[in-house]
Design a protein around this ligand. Structure first.
Ligand code: RP5
Length: 163
């Protein structure tokens, strides 16, 4: 996906978030959505984060996914600097199992929205699927891929048997 100009930016506060966030990238790749993944931190690299986000819209990015753990301010800071929709993924943290990340990400003040997904890998997958759904509003072929994905997923569940 690196050759095309990215439609989705997948940001994470640390390389340690990649294990979970790889699932967001893999899901976007499955739908052939051009995207880029970057480590940018609200706390450790605040200026670089704002610089990236400020340029995102003019670079053609239509959705930003932001994942962070602990005092997880990345998604909120990103949302404060762009009109592009921001999807937040709380990372599971060693001390509080991601409850800290969830509350930090979801409890935004009215006026600056972050669409917050579940903690960890399910949230990473769903952030990507939601990004696909947003992009699919103006891309009928992508909507068909999403429809096919749902049908395939349902078929797999219905095939399940219990020993
Ligand atoms: C957050 O702190 C990151 O998003 C990560 O989830 C957490 C821990 O980061 P590391 O200490 O592993 O780099 O900023």
């Amino acid at each position: 996906m690196a050759s095309e100009s990215p439609l989705v930016g997948v940001l994470m506060g640390s390389q340690s978030d990649w294990e979970a966030m790889r699932s967001a990238s893999d899901t976007l790749a499955r739908f052939e959505v051009a995207h880029e993944c970057r480590v940018l931190s609200a706390h450790r690299t605040p200026a670089a984060t704002v610089e990236y986000v400020a340029a995102a819209e003019t670079r053609g990015i239509e959705v930003l996914i932001a994942a962070a753990g602990g005092a997880a301010h990345l998604a909120g800071v990103v949302a404060a600097h762009t009109l592009v929709p921001v999807l937040g993924v709380p990372m599971e943290s060693p001390s509080l199992k991601g409850l800290d990340s969830l509350l930090s990400t979801v409890q935004m003040p009215g006026g600056i929205p972050v669409g917050t997904l579940a903690i960890g890998k399910p949230g990473a997958v769903n952030a990507a699927l939601l990004a696909v759904a947003i992009l699919a509003n103006s891309r009928p072929s992508l909507r068909e891929k999403l429809r096919a994905f749902r049908a395939e997923q349902a078929a797999k569940v219905l095939e399940q048997t219990l020993g």
